[in-house]
Design a protein around this ligand. Structure first.
Ligand code: NAP
Length: 365
C-alpha cells in the first residue's frame, strides 16, 4: 500500500448476538496482495444482514461487523493488483460471510475487498444507485452461470441493444418468481443478456418495470389463477420450454407454485426438450415441499463467488458488469435512501426485516 489514508474509519459494530449496531472507530484496514481498500460512499442492506444480526448466521465471534454491498472510491491497492487503481469509482460485494474478517464487511467507512467481486462504475451512475447491485449480481451469477451452467454472455453481443439477436431458437425460457425482489430484478436482466426468454411473477405495480428490464411476461403471484396465468403466458409466447427457474423466496408458499408452473408448462409443451428442468432456490428447501420427477432443485450458495466460482464472479464483476452498466444493459434497483449515514443502518435493517416492495434501502456516507 503506497498511499497514506487519513480519514478515520467509523464502523457500525454488532457488539453481541441480537443487539443493535453501535458506531465505533476502528483502524483503517490494509489490502492484501489481491485486494483493494474502498472508501465507501453508499452502503445497501440485504436480508442476510438482519438475519445475521438476529440469528447469528456466519458469525464465529463478537464484536463483529455486518454488510455486503458498497460503492465508493478505491483508496489503495494490494501489490498484485493491476486492474484497479487509486481513485477508481467502484461497486463491490464484501466477503465477510466467508472470511469472518470484519475488515471484509460493508458497514464501515473503509472496506477491504478481493478484486474478484469489484466492478468499475460509469461516471453517470451515482454511488447510491451502484450500491444496490452487488449481492444480487453475485446471486444471479451463481444461479445462471454455475447452477444452470449457461455460458457467460460474450461482451460484444451482450452490449448490443437487441434481445432478439441473442435469443436462441427455439427459445428457452426461465421463470423468475418474485421478480420485483432485488435478486429477481438482477436475475431478469442477466437472464435476458444470457439469451433466455424471461417469465416473472410480481405485484401488479411492478409489472411495467420488470418488462422494461427484459421480462417477456409478468403475472401477479397472489391470485389463485397465478399458475394458470403463467402457463397461458408461456403458451402465448409459442409453447416455450421453461428449462430454468429461480425462486428467491423459496417458501412452502412459493415453491409449490413454481413447481406447478414448471410441470404444467413442460408437460404441455410440444417440441424437443432434453429432460431435466433446473430450479435454483435461494432459501433452504422446506421439508414439506415434495420435488416432482424431472425437476432438479439446487440451493444458490452465493458465497461461492469467493470460492469455487471466483472465476465466473470475476468474469461478471471485473468485465461484463462495467460494460453492461455503461451501455445501460443492466440498471440499478430502485433506491430508498435511509438518512443518518452509518447511524441509519439499524433503521434500514429494521425496515428491511418488516419487508420492502421493489426497492433497495441504502445509506449514504
Ligand atoms: N442463497 C443466497 O446466496 C442468497 C443471496 C441473496 C439473497 N438471498 C435471499 O433471497 C431472498 C430475496 O432477497 P432480496 O434481497 O432479493 O429480497 P427483497 O428485495 O427484500 O425482496 C422483496 C420482494 O419480495 C417479494 N415477495 C415477498 N413475498 C413474496 C411471495 N410470496 N411471492 C413472490 N414475491 C414475494 C416482494 O414482491 P412484490 O413487491 O412484487 O410483492 C418484494 O418486492 C432473501 O430471503 C435473501 O436472504 C439468498
Amino acid at each position: 500500500m503506497s498511499d497514506t489514508v487519513t480519514t478515520a474509519n467509523l464502523a457500525a459494530v454488532l457488539p453481541s448476538a441480537g443487539s443493535d449496531l453501535v458506531i465505533q472507530e476502528r483502524a483503517i484496514p490494509s489490502p492484501g496482495p489481491d485486494e483493494v481498500l474502498i472508501r465507501n460512499h453508499a452502503i445497501a442492506v440485504n436480508p442476510i444482514d438482519w438475519k445475521r444480526q438476529v440469528l447469528g448466521l456466519f458469525i464465529a465471534s463478537y464484536p463483529t461487523i455486518l454488510g455486503s454491498d458498497v460503492s465508493g472510491v478505491v483508496e489503495a491497492v494490494g501489490f498484485a493488483v493491476s486492474s484497479f487503481k487509486k481513485g477508481d469509482r467502484v461497486l463491490a460485494c464484501a466477503p465477510v460471510t466467508v472470511t469472518g474478517n470484519p475488515d471484509h464487511a460493508a458497514f464501515q467507512t473503509y472496506t477491504v475487498m478481493p478484486t474478484s467481486t469489484v466492478a468499475k462504475i460509469p461516471d453517470a451512475l451515482d454511488f447510491t444507485q451502484a450500491a444496490t447491485l452487488p449481492t444480487s449480481v453475485g446471486a444471479a451469477t451463481i444461479a445462471l452461470f454455475d447452477i444452470f451452467d449457461l455460458p457467460l454472455p460474450p461482451l460484444a453481443t451482450s452490449t448490443s441493444n437487441s434481445t432478439s439477436t441473442t435469443t436462441p431458437a427455439p427459445p428457452v425460457g426461465i421463470l423468475v418468481w418474485s421478480g420485483a425482489s432485488s435478486v429477481g430484478k438482477t436475475t431478469i436482466q442477466l437472464a435476458r443478456l444470457a439469451g433466455l426468454q424471461v417469465f416473472a411473477s410480481a405485484s401488479p405495480r411492478h409489472h411495467a418495470g420488470l418488462r422494461a428490464l427484459g421480462a417477456a411476461e409478468v403475472v401477479d403471484y397472489r391470485p389463485p389463477s397465478a399458475v394458470n396465468d403463467l402457463v397461458a403466458a408461456a403458451e402465448r409466447a409459442g409453447s416455450v420450454e421453461i428449462r430454468y427457474a429461480v425462486d428467491p423466496i423459496s417458501s412452502d408458499e412459493t415453491l409449490p407454485l413454481v413447481l406447478d408452473v414448471l410441470s404444467r408448462v413442460n408437460n404441455k409443451r410440444t417440441g424437443n426438450g432434453n429432460g431435466t428442468t433446473k430450479l435454483a432456490h435461494l432459501g433452504r428447501w422446506p421439508e414439506r415441499v415434495a420435488l416432482p420427477e424431472g425437476i432438479e432443485a439446487v440451493f444458490v450458495r452465493g458465497t461461492a463467488i469467493w470460492t469455487e466460482r471466483r472465476d465466473s464472479a470475476a468474469g461478471v464483476f471485473n468485465e461484463l458488469l462495467s460494460a453492461w452498466l455503461e451501455a445501460g444493459e443492466v440498471v440499478p434497483q430502485t433506491v430508498r435512501v435511509v438518512e443518518g449515514g452509518l447511524g441509519g443502518l439499524q433503521t434500514a435493517l429494521n425496515r428491511l426485516k418488516k419487508g420492502v416492495s421493489g426497492e433497495k434501502l441504502v445509506v449514504e456516507l
